[in-house]
Design a protein around this ligand. Structure first.
Ligand code: G3P
Length: 273
């Protein structure tokens, strides 16, 4: 499983690159806002175009960076995708365009704009990451429209299930992959019992038909959730920096380091002087 960093924060991206664990990066307008707000709070003035170029360059060739469009109709999304691709892909040949699988904002909206844009852009050879995926059906449609990646939002599925059941939780709280029983029945969203379950169903569905699209487990909230999607054999998990840190920590590792450091005999230490 490849690990992408789910962030537009250049400092976090640089750190993840230094640690050798980062095979790509995903952004969205909310992550860009977070990164820019942080810089503005420090009084730094940024030029958006230069900033994104810096991210593309930091990642380098072979490490995809997903940049998202902002319009909701196919024609405008196609134009925006081309703008992003033309502006930034020449830097390191690593730009992927994120298109929401469905840009409708309610039942009454137009539900096909996302798919139309995915199909048109894929035909032009622009790699697409179909985002905001909450069902295996959406993932299947995006893959059939030739998206290169599909991004199921695992953490937000857990949020949806917990919120609908009136359960209080903090964003990084673990939610069992097997779901949760309340009043004798398993909580679910149309048969999906957790975010990890959503990813598992998509992995199984794609395997049935040898679909080419890669699956990016997105909206990862904690280390255990990353472990669970890795156990499924998902292609990629895109992970916020705090989750990468969490993945590395264990009290017995800390304790082991303290003991090993104490036990170094001078004869052994002298080897290094
Ligand atoms: O990659 C998708 C991600 O940025 C959404 O994460 O934690 O806001 O649900 P989150």
């Amino acid at each position: 499983m490849d690990i992408f960093i789910d962030s537009a924060d250049i400092e976090d991206i640089k750190k993840a690159m230094e640690y050798g664990v980062c095979s790509g990066c995903t952004t969205n307008p909310s992550l860009i806002k977070k990164a820019i707000d942080k810089l503005k709070a420090r009084g730094e003035n940024i030029n958006m175009e230069d900033y994104i170029k810096m991210i593309c360059e930091t990642l380098g060739e072979g490490r995809p960076i997903s940049l998202e469009v902002i319009s909701l109709d196919a024609d405008s999304m196609i134009k925006e995708a081309e703008t992003l691709y033309n502006k930034f892909n020449s830097i390191a040949n690593n730009v992927v365009i994120k298109i929401p699988v469905n840009t409708a904002t309610s039942e009454d909206g137009n539900h096909y704009e996302g798919l139309k844009a995915i199909k048109a852009l894929s035909e032009k050879g622009i790699p697409i990451n179909a985002t905001l995926i909450f069902t295996p059906e959406q993932a299947l449609l995006a893959a059939k429209a030739r998206a290169k990646y599909v991004s199921p939002f695992a953490g937000r599925v857990d949020d949806f299930i917990r919120t609908n059941a009136g359960i209080k939780f903090e964003k990084p709280d673990y939610f069992s992959a097997e779901g949760r029983k309340e009043g004798g029945r398993i909580l679910e969203d149309n048969g999906i019992v957790s975010g990890v379950d959503l990813v598992a169903r998509i992995v199984d569905t794609f395997a049935n038909y040898d679909l080419e699209a890669k699956i990016i487990a997105a909206s990862m909230r904690n280390a255990r959730q990353v472990r669970e999607v890795a156990e499924l054999g998902v292609d990629i998990a895109t992970v916020p920096f705090y989750v990468i840190e969490q993945m590395l920590k264990h009290p017995k590792t800390f304790e082991g380091i303290v003991k090993f450091s104490k036990d170094v005999v001078p004869e052994y230490r002298n080897l290094f002087s």
